[in-house]
Design a protein around this ligand. Structure first.
Ligand code: JB2
Length: 214
């Protein structure tokens, strides 16, 4: 399938290499934020313009897309790009590295990105547009909502639940059966031993809610 990538930064590079390793799709180009596209390419893939060229590309028969924009903590921009891309009629293709492991009993949603060394265990269920980044582990029976980002090296124990749009930071650990609420952020290296309410940020070991002092 001919596909276009949305975004042209670091995350796009990683996804381009995953897709090339699988040799499944022909990446015709990328689109970038308005004013950022200039005359450039990313790993040899040309930046074709901003999001305004997407309808024309769809009309030309480009049927697939990947979301090449990642997220650091706030996943909302990625969610919006994903929803806009689907609304334009593109199929958001999965990007699964050849060295990721997905249990045969796991269920994964559309547009998922599984990076090198990612592991998804038995009966885990992952929603749409989820990123399981390099070396992250989503153990058996975990339930991961749409647009969640599990950052590199994070470990989710069996039966953990991460609700829509949450971010689990690099190297964080979530104990078994714990729940991370929607759009919550788990800081880098935090160890979650109790449930995390929606739209809150926790940090540290054990993880505690970050209280803003400003
Ligand atoms: O509305 C948009 C838009 N907003 C930002 N439309 C399109 N088509 N592109 C958009 N972008 C583009 O996303 C920016 O212009 C830039 O090309 C890209 C963001 O690149 P950056 O390198 O800043 O971040 P990233 O999202 O590729 O990667 C982040 O997330 C990854 C998961 C970084 O934090 C990485 O370190 C991380 N591994």
């Amino acid at each position: 399938m001919k596909i276009v990538g949305i975004g042209a930064g670091g995350h796009a590079k990683v996804v381009i290499e995953i897709l090339r390793s699988a040799s499944q799709h022909e990446i015709v180009g990328l689109v970038d934020k308005a004013g950022e596209h200039g005359n450039r390419s990313v790993l040899g893939v040309p930046v074709l313009g901003d999001d305004s060229v997407l309808s024309e590309l769809r009309a030309q028969g480009i049927a697939g897309a990947f979301i090449g924009m990642g997220s650091i903590a706030d996943t909302r921009a990625r969610r919006e790009l994903y929803q806009q891309t689907v609304a334009l009629g593109f199929t958001v293709v999965p990007a699964i590295h050849a060295r990721a492991y997905v249990s045969p009993s796991a269920r994964i949603g559309d547009g998922i990105t599984l990076m090198a060394g990612a592991m998804v265990g038995a009966d885990a269920c992952l929603g749409e547009n989820v990123i399981v980044n390099s070396g992250a582990v989503v153990e058996h029976d975990c339930v991961i909502g749409d647009h969640v980002h599990i950052a590199p090296g994070a470990l989710l124990s069996g039966g953990a639940r991460v609700d829509e749009g949450a971010h689990v930071g690099i190297g964080a650990v979530v104990l078994q059966q714990r729940r991370i609420g929607a759009e919550a952020v788990v800081g880098a290296g935090a160890v979650v031993i109790t449930d995390v309410p929606a739209q809150t940020t926790v940090i540290g070991v054990p993880a505690r809610q970050l209280v803003k002092t400003i």
